[in-house]
Design a protein around this ligand. Structure first.
Ligand code: SF4
Ligand code: SF4
Length: 398
């Protein structure tokens, strides 16, 4: 469970342990965001018009009341497609003011902060735009200072690449020593954070079928199709597939860039082939395709984000969303520019820009928008497991 106040109280439970059995019952006051999710879900549970839109509504119908843990589960199951806002007869200005995407988006933001590891760093979400900017400045400063120190002066920043390529500026072992601990930290922090989310109302044991379904739903972004395959809403009640396409371009572009780095590592350590690599090699082909896809996807998502209907989502999270997209876009475009600029003046300065951006991206992975992917996959898997269990209407402290 999340960092909650936990009380132990005597309870009579005929189903678990018999009369007088002692149970640990988590109790805490719901935050305003969690209480709002419970309120709108209770209205939706009576209405159920949106039942076919996404997984949130079928998961909702298995509950009669909504604990904070339920609110976090449903919030991360939501893909913020906006369909249930534009379809809702109780949406503002109706007095019920039902806005499911906004209520769930606010709790999603709380999930990232509450479940962050270590907990103290959850505060970085509160000023995420500033966090990203500081990380970028620190990353740039680190590589600029290293380059100047290693090359013996500022003039080196304006030089084209030598025969040794970027390893002549920053040797391979130095890069590994700088990036490996930061990437390892990011993986550890995300793993421990999502483990706490999973344990907060763990759904039971998984199965191959549940894993396959969750994997398919995550990789295809099934719930960005509005439940009918025509896509989601963005600036109005018209459906569009552009958000899904741009998200796919971003995600698969990121994965191709990751594959490019992994293949370069194989070349270096297993095959003994040293960089720089030619344009027809696996690292370059994967990196070029990934960089282009990532840059286009980020530009598309940013453009759509700026045009989104003001009632969709949580406006307070825009700096985090746009900051993350900007960091990814800078990573992709500086990487592509680097491939084309070996013979150009300013190669070393461009290399510092690229490596500083990648370092800022890695350092902020567990404390920024990237976390949404990890928590969403966990929520999709929870749902794939839960839906296979016999239906059992769930009460608040059940
Ligand atoms: S969002 Fe509105 S229309 Fe949809 S189920 Fe809830 S109350 Fe009904
Ligand atoms: S915004 Fe879309 S994904 Fe989220 S609850 Fe509504 S219909 Fe489902």
């Amino acid at each position: 469970m999340s960092p909650l106040d936990v009380l132990v109280r005597e309870a009579t439970d005929l189903s678990e342990g018999g009369p007088g059995a002692r149970r640990v019952i988590p109790i805490r006051t719901a935050t305003a965001g969690e209480a709002e999710v419970a309120r709108v879900m209770q209205i939706c549970n009576a209405c159920r018009y949106c039942e076919g839109f996404c997984a949130v509504f079928p998961a909702m119908t298995r509950r009669l009341a909504f604990s904070p843990a339920d609110a976090h589960f449903l919030a991360n199951l939501c893909h913020n497609c906006g369909a249930c806002l534009h379809a809702c007869q109780y949406a503002p200005p109706h007095e019920f003011a039902v806005n499911v995407p906004r209520a769930l988006a606010r709790v999603r933001g709380q999930t990232y902060a509450d479940y962050a590891w270590p907990p103290a760093l959850g505060r970085l979400y509160q000023r995420n735009g500033l966090t990203l900017a500081l990380a970028l400045v620190a990353g740039l400063a680190l590589f600029l200072m290293l380059a100047v120190a290693r090359q013996g002066g500022l003039a080196a920043l304006a030089q084209p690449a030598g025969a040794g390529g970027f390893y002549a500026v920053f040797p391979h072992n130095l890069m590994v020593a700088l990036f490996a601990p930061v990437f390892g930290w990011a993986v550890l922090a995300l793993t421990l954070g999502v483990r706490r989310f999973w344990r907060d109302e763990a759904p039971g044991s998984t199965s191959a079928a549940a894993l396959a379904e969750a994997g398919n739903n995550a990789l295809s972004l099934k719930y960005l199709d509005g439940g009918h395959g025509q896509g989601c809403n963005n600036e109005d009640d018209a459906f569009t597939l552009w958000r899904r396409r741009a998200h796919h371009a971003t995600f698969y572009g990121f994965m191709l860039c990751f594959a490019a780095t992994a293949s370069a590592t194989l070349y270096h350590y297993v095959l003994g082939w040293q960089a720089p690599y030619g344009f027809n090699t696996l690292p370059k082909l994967l990196g070029t395709a990934g960089g282009l896809s990532l840059a286009l996807g980020c530009a598309g998502l940013g453009w759509l984000n700026l045009r989104r209907h003001p009632l969709q989502g949580d406006a307070a999270q825009k700096p985090m969303d746009l900051g993350f997209l900007l960091l990814l876009f800078l990573t992709a475009t500086s990487g592509l520019a680097l491939m084309l600029s070996h013979a150009s003046a300013g190669f070393t300065a461009l290399l510092c820009l690229h490596l500083g951006t990648v370092m800022a991206l890695f350092a902020t992975l567990p404390y920024g928008k990237f976390a949404h992917g990890v928590f969403r996959v966990a929520a999709l898997l929870k749902w794939a497991i839960e839906k296979r269990l016999p239906s059992r209407l769930k009460l608040a402290d059940d």
